[in-house]
Design a binder for this molecule. Sequence first.
Ligand SMILES: C[S@@+](CC[C@H](N)C(=O)[O-])C[C@H]1O[C@@H](n2cnc3c(N)ncnc32)[C@H](O)[C@@H]1O
Length: 256
Amino acid sequence: MMKMVSFRNVYRCAVVLVALNVLGGCGGSGTRAADRASKTPAKNNDPGADARRMIEASRTRLAPVYAPLAEQLAEDLDLAGKTGVGIDVGSGPGTLVVELCERTKLHWINADINPHFFPHFFRMAEERGHAGRVSAVRADAQALPFRDDYADVVVSRGSFWLWGDKVKAFGQVLRVLKPGGVAYIGRGFSENLPLDVAKKVRGGQGGGPKYDVAKTAGELRSIMKTLGVTDYRIIRPRLNNEAGINYGVWVRFRKH
Ligand SMILES: C[S@@+](CC[C@H](N)C(=O)[O-])C[C@H]1O[C@@H](n2cnc3c(N)ncnc32)[C@H](O)[C@@H]1O
C-alpha cells in the first residue's frame, strides 16, 4: 500500500519523525531493516544524520550538478510538454525533483528509503513554488510501492549503487513504468555540465568517486540483458575528457 506524503502533511510528518527518533528511531530501524534486506551494509545507524549530510552536500559542493542534469533530462527525454507522473528513486534531498518541476509539467515523486529527507524536500519545493506538484513516498527501490504501469518517467541519480539486488530494483522500475515510458538512471554528471564546474565538484569530493566506470557500464548492460530490455543506451558523458574528470555512467531505457 503506497503512502504518499503531501505538502499539507509535511509538518505532521516532521513531528512524527521527531517522535520516532525519540522512541528509538522507527525511521532508522526501518532503514536498517531495508539495508539488511537489500544486503547493503548500513554506513551507520543514523538515517537522520545520513540525510543531514546529503542535504548539506546538495546545498554546497553538489549544488551545481542538478540544474544542468534536469535540463539535459528534459531535453533528452522530451519532457517539456509531457504531463503525468515522474518518479525520482533515491531522490534524497529532492533537488533534482525541484529542478525538474521548473522544466516540466509532470507531478514528481521523491521515492527514497530514508524519509528523513522529506521535510527538507517539501520546504524547498514550497520555497520554489512547486508545493502542489510534488509528493514523497518512503520506498525501497527493490520493492517500489507503486502499481504496474504507473509512471511516465523514472529518473535516479547517485542511488542505484546502493540498491542491493540491482536486477530486482531495475525490474521494479520497469514494472512501474507505463508502456512507452522511459527511465534514466545513473550516477555522476550530465554531458552539459561545464568541465571547470565538474572539476570543482570532484575536487570537493576528494578527487572523485572510487568506482570503475567501465565495469559499472558493463553491470548496467548485464542488468538490461537479464531483464530482456533491448531498447536501452549506456551513456558515459564526456568520456576521455581532457581534464580526466569522471562524469559517471547512466542507462536510459524504454518500456515497450
Ligand atoms: C548519494 S544519495 C543521492 C541522492 C540524490 N539522488 C542526489 O543526487 O542528490 C543516495 C540516495 O539513495 C537513497 N537510497 C539508498 N538505498 C535505497 C533504496 N534501496 N531504495 C531507495 N532509495 C535508496 C538514499 O537514502 C539516498 O537518498
